[in-house]
Design a protein around this ligand. Structure first.
Ligand SMILES: [Zn+2]
Length: 432
């Protein structure tokens, strides 16, 4: 049996205010129910007003994911009953999301098929203690971006790489902190299996198991592999897995059933009559596109081209924690005139990453002086410089001593200062 995996990624937007009210959205470690108002408490008569900052941030993410930016969009009500949803519906998007189809290329060249990127409001948070349920409404109404992929993953490693790339993009574009431990980014995996014949014919399975609220990449990998085994065993014993919601239980090291879905949920979507439809001009879209920052793949090209880093080293600075080190890398590379040495220190010495740029520069210079190049390495450099500067060589041969100094300087540059100048002079004199 072959794995069929689709993802839904929820990302809390780092906008100043909540999605439809003026409450501050930074609720980290705030007193429960201290960031609330009639709108995000769902009180009757309170009117939602969309937050344009959140709309722009969702558009930015959609643009980087190469999505179609819809010029017309609107918000819908998605009805379901749950204590953390006081209105009895969530304001979300169904028929006209902000962004339509898109794609993102993985390192292997495989393109992830993105169905949509839309904006909605987060729910409140419930706590269960002593047989009672307590609700904190601070999270209620925070702007939430949802990215939905097609069931296009056949391997869990591709799904993990995609999620990591989305996290990097969200951070680089200042859309979200995307901190999974704080719940800024949550994953949902839709998992099912099909036969090789179905795969060839492009037929999707008739059921899917949704694993909800996964808060780490590792848990997602474990949950998918667990489901792969569980569902394979069911098929082997002649059964078809049930359409249901399951959750990852770290203690049990497995997924557990939460809610069986007899058929697709009827959310009774309809346009929210309190919020007018949204229209976006081509000027607005073009301007926002221009404001996008340098993206990870563009940064990688620049690090290789401008700084001479190897692609593997550049990869370190365009993913995960490495992204935050880029400004420091650029400062120290300038101070030391040694980008490769700077990159090596930052990559290999994790303990030095928090040091000041000046201390790092000292370390880079020290490391450089302790590394001496072999004579054959130097001979190669000297030959290269001679070939590249025929006029200067001719001047030197004609008796111009200062020409030699220039050639020595070029050799020092080539070796990023790692060579002994006296050896260079000897080698130059021998070769010219
Ligand atoms: Zn509010």
């Amino acid at each position: 049996m072959k794995l069929v995996l689709g993802l839904e990624i929820h990302i809390q937007v780092n906008a100043k205010h909540k999605m439809f009210c003026g409450c501050l959205a930074d609720i980290w470690q705030a007193e429960p129910n201290s960031h609330t108002c009639p709108t995000c408490l769902g009180l009757p008569g309170a009117l939602p007003v969309p937050n344009f900052e959140a709309v722009q941030k969702a558009h930015k993410l959609g643009m980087v994911l190469n999505c179609v930016i819809n010029t017309n969009s609107h918000f819908d009500r998605k009805h379901y009953f749950y204590p953390d949803l006081p209105k009895g519906y969530q304001i979300s998007q169904y028929k006209e999301p902000l962004c339509g189809r898109g794609c993102l290329e993985l390192n292997s060249g495989y393109c992830v098929d993105i169905e949509r990127v839309h904006l909605e409001e987060d729910t409140a948070k419930s706590f269960h203690a002593d047989g009672k349920t307590l609700i904190d409404f601070n999270k209620s109404g925070i702007a939430l971006i949802e990215i939905v992929t097609a069931p296009c993953f056949g391997q869990v490693t591709d799904a993990v790489e995609f999620c990591k790339k989305v996290q990097d993009i969200a951070r680089v574009c200042d859309v979200s902190d995307a901190d999974m431990e704080k719940g800024n980014m949550r994953l949902e995996a839709n998992i099912s299996l099909r036969t090789a014949e179905m795969e060839q014919a492009g037929i999707l399975p008739t059921y899917k198991v949704e694993v909800k609220n996964i808060n780490s990449f590792r848990f997602m990998e474990k949950a998918v592999l667990f489901e792969l085994n569980r569902q394979t065993e069911l098929f082997d014993s002649g059964q078809t897995p049930k359409q249901e919601n399951r959750g990852w239980d770290e203690k049990k090291q497995g997924t557990v059933s939460q809610r069986t879905k007899e058929e697709a949920h009827d959310y009774r979507y309809f346009p929210d009559p309190d919020i007018p439809p949204l229209h976006f001009s081509s000027e607005y879209i073009a301007k926002l596109k221009q404001s996008l920052p340098e993206l990870p793949h563009q940064l990688k090209t620049r690090l290789v081209k401008d700084y001479g880093l190897k692609p593997a080293s550049a990869e370190f600075f365009v993913s995960g924690l490495g992204i935050e080190l880029v400004p420091k890398f650029e400062r120290v590379a300038m101070l030391t005139n040694d980008p490769v040495g700077t990159a090596n220190v930052l990559i290999n010495k994790a303990g030095l990453r928090t040091s000041s740029s000046e201390d790092l520069a000292k370390e880079v210079v020290q490391k450089r002086s302790s590394h001496t190049l072999t004579v054959s390495e130097l001979t190669e450099v000297v030959s290269k410089v001679i070939v590249a500067n025929p006029e200067v060589v001719a001047n030197y041969k004609g008796g111009k001593e200062s020409a030699l100094q220039f050639l020595v300087g070029q050799c020092m540059r080539e070796t990023q200062g790692k060579a002994d100048p006296r050896t260079i002079i000897d080698l130059l004199k021998q070769t010219v």
